[in-house]
Design a protein around this ligand. Structure first.
Ligand SMILES: Cc1cc2nc3c(=O)[nH]c(=O)nc-3n(C[C@H](O)[C@H](O)[C@H](O)COP(=O)(O)O)c2cc1C
Length: 306
């Protein structure tokens, strides 16, 4: 009997649907035992999010300072053949429940020397979060063998409005008579997720290696190279502002609020001015940076490949 652990968390249920479809071929296999562990923060995160609470979460996300989780059922010495970590991205970082899990002694025991597959469901900016994830897994002595990333169907520009509206109102849309489309990952992409479970089941049955080749050739990720430098700049800015906010007070404190309000105006101004300028500059310098971008693309797509 092969044993697979699936660790997951979802606010709207979207990532849970993705995870369920991903794991379906394993759950239905009589020779595979799948254990699901749902992460529950001691103090649940709100949904829909009040605007300032939403924004006030970024310093702790980027500085990996999560609130505690409720105890899980599994033990640190339970032995799994493969671990799937299903997480969403919060502020270009793994969401706080997943970061909290990775910081527990339980994760240190469970994940050491184990093959790991990460499964991401997010708007469309996951590159920096996955770099954090790689670092945290390295620190735990775990081996990342696959990554699947599903992103919102609305595309980069429209999802920039659709996804925050979903998070702040609790409604998925469409909004404004369809000018802002429905937020979230498409049902088609979710339905297609069982191909990864099928591949894992085949590999487990064949006793083949659970290595970086596990999910190759299945279009597990798509890299949008226009987002690489925006994500890098954004993460740097989040770290800096996050540092400032954390020196003012803990999450939720009144001292942070005026700076958060200022920051939200600043952020919107930057997005409307600096981001389009950056896109323009990158467009005209593309011929000079083609090789470098191809290298970065390959790095970010590791290990599953595009
Ligand atoms: C606080 C917060 C920050 C988010 N930041 C990002 C982000 O930086 N990049 C991104 O692609 N999606 C971001 N999202 C969208 C989530 O990754 C995800 O798509 C959404 O929360 C739905 O996930 P669920 O399964 O938990 O409902 C954010 C969502 C929240 C609530």
């Amino acid at each position: 009997m092969k044993k697979v652990l699936v660790v997951h968390y979802s606010q709207t249920g979207q990532l849970d649907s993705i995870t369920k479809q991903f794991a379906r071929p394993l759950v239905s296999a009589p020779d595979v035992q799948v254990t699901f562990e749902n992460l529950c923060p001691e103090q649940p995160f709100p949904f829909p999010w009040p605007f300032l609470t939403f924004l006030d979460t970024f310093p702790e996300c980027v500085h990996r300072d999560p609130p505690p989780l409720k105890a899980l059922d599994i033990q640190a010495d339970d032995d799994f053949d493969l671990v799937v970590l299903a997480y969403q991205v919060w502020f270009l970082s793994p969401s706080l429940p997943m970061t909290a899990f990775l910081q527990t002694p339980l994760a240190a025991g469970l994940l050491k020397d184990k093959p790991i597959v990460t499964l991401i469901g997010c708007r469309n900016m996951w590159l920096m979060a996955q770099e954090d994830m790689k670092q945290m897994l390295d620190g735990l002595g775990a081996k990342l063998v696959g990554n699947v990333a599903l992103v919102d169907e609305a595309g980069s520009f429209l999802s920039f409005f659709a996804t925050p509206l979903w998070m702040l109102t609790g409604h998925r849309g469409p909004f404004l008579g369809g000018r802002i489309p429905r937020a979230g990952v498409s049902q088609r992409d979710i339905d297609g997720c069982d191909r990864f479970g099928i591949r894992i089941r085949e590999r487990l049955r064949a006793g083949g290696p659970l290595d970086e080749t596990l999910l190759r050739g299945l279009h597990a990720v798509t890299i949008d190279d226009r987002l690489i430098s925006s994500e890098r700049t954004g993460k740097r800015a989040f770290r800096l502002w996050g540092c400032l906010l954390r020196t003012l007070g803990p999450k939720g404190s009144w001292q942070r609020k005026p700076v958060l309000v200022f920051y939200s105006v600043f952020l919107i101004a930057m997005i409307l001015t600096v981001v389009p300028l950056g896109v323009f500059i990158r467009k005209i310098t593309t011929p000079l940076s083609r090789k470098r971008i191809a290298r970065l693309r390959a790095d970010f797509a590791t290990p599953s490949g595009e």
